[in-house]
Design a protein around this ligand. Structure first.
Ligand code: NAI
Ligand code: MG
Length: 361
């Protein structure tokens, strides 16, 4: 069956890292005999420059038709002067909501070769492998009413609404339980049910759903404690499921436990299993155009794409093993190099991963 991948490099280092990931995808297709066509389109500042719109209709149309999308990053100083609606980030927010990408998966995996780069002691993070499942299209980031209003006494007040429907809670929890069933078998649902009514419902619905997954162990945790536990003893977690805002904060904290932002992939999925795969980092304008960017976060995003959208988990394992191998060989881009180490370029890293890909299953 022919499948299609849309490449959206975006801005600054997005244009350097996506081609490296594309090389890796092409090699995996050869090794696993996958029939995957690729096409590319503009998003973000690049799209604004060419068409005056950070998400042109033609890009959205191609995105809807693709089985999966690989995105680099958008934004940067060249576009900071633009109106809010024309900013590159708007293109990203719009494509996520147009495709209904409610499930954001952010793994935090500690590569043994990079333990020294963690902000925590090696014994706390070695072997760390957690997956944060963040609800991405609801909650306080989207709730209505919202705004800034002026009260009768002339004082202004800012307000947002924290709202989740049962069906929104159920679909993100279902995703988390299904992922947990395939890995460590544990889900920790994070809420603030001692203070926020909306999350009392969250807790109820997650608990109900747990009955359908007798092999998955469910635990509930308040978000403040979860933040503390993530930096105290992160290995206690397997899958963490939470709402949009808590997930935004916790996933960034978890990410830093594993060292460089240049290593962190992500997936955002919709109900039909289609997804956008992208590194967690931004467009790194400070190092763009110098061949310094680490392409591994994007390459690892291709692994997630093979696993979650393209039905080739063996190809995903193959990429992850190859990344482990290049790190074993001591190959490092500047962001992960040790003080006395030597660094290699973006494309040298991409080529090294391609060379390390071996079909094992
Ligand atoms: P950033 O993630 O682009 O950069 C933060 C720091 O990490 C920089 O020093 C950068 O050089 C470094 N870095 C990031 N990715 C790297 C990689 N692959 N290899 C080596 N070093 C890497 O975040 P920042 O500086 O806050 O934002 C820059 C631009 O990116 C802004 O316009 C921002 O809006 C945009 N951005 C876009 C995102 C996206 O497209 N999803 C996410 C975050 C920021
Ligand atoms: Mg964030």
């Amino acid at each position: 069956m022919r499948q299609s991948v849309l490449l959206l490099p975006g801005d600054y280092i997005g244009q350097e890292i996506v081609p490296e990931a594309q090389k890796v995808l092409a090699r995996v297709c050869e090794l696993y005999d996958l029939d995957i066509s690729t096409d590319s389109a503009l998003i973000g500042g690049a799209a604004y420059e060419a068409e005056g719109d950070p998400l042109p209709a033609s890009t959205l149309e191609k995105a809807r038709a693709a089985d999966a999308i690989l995105l680099g990053a958008v934004g940067g100083p060249a576009f900071d002067h633009l109106d809010r609606d024309l900013r590159p980030e708007k293109g990203l927010l719009r494509i996520r909501s147009e495709l209904g990408l409610f499930g954001n998966l952010r793994p935090a995996i500690m590569y043994p070769q990079l333990v020294d780069a963690s902000s925590l002691k090696p014994e706390l993070v070695s072997g760390l492998d957690i997956l944060i499942v963040r609800e991405l299209t609801g909650g306080i980031y989207f709730g209505q009413p919202r705004g800034i209003r002026t009260l009768e006494n002339g004082e202004r007040e800012g307000f947002n609404t924290y709202v989740y429907s049962e069906s929104e809670i159920r679909r993100i929890a279902k995703l988390a339980f299904e992922l947990a069933a395939k890995r460590g078998g544990r889900v920790c649902s994070v809420d603030k049910a001692n203070v926020l009514e909306a999350t009392v419902l969250w807790r109820e619905v997650v608990t109900e759903l747990a009955a359908d997954y007798p092999n998955v162990e469910l635990e509930h945790m308040y978000v403040d404690n979860a933040a503390m536990q993530l930096v105290r003893a992160p290995k206690q977690f397997d899958v963490i499921v939470t709402g949009n805002m808590f997930g935004d904060i916790l996933s960034d904290a978890a990410a830093m436990l594993t060292g460089s932002i240049g290593m962190l992939p992500s997936a955002s999925l919709n109900e039909s299993g289609q997804g956008i795969y992208e590194p967690c980092h931004g467009s790194a304008p400070d190092i763009a155009g110098q061949g310094k960017a680490n392409p591994l976060a994007t390459i690892l995003s291709v692994a997630m794409m093979l696993r979650y959208s393209l039905g080739c988990p063996a190809g995903a394992d193959c990429i992850e093993a190859a990344v482990g191998q290049v790190l074993d060989q001591g190959l490092r881009t500047a962001d992960i190099v040790s003080r006395d180490g030597v660094s290699i370029s973006t494309s040298e890293m991409g080529n090294a991963v391609v060379a390390a890909l071996v079909k094992t299953q």
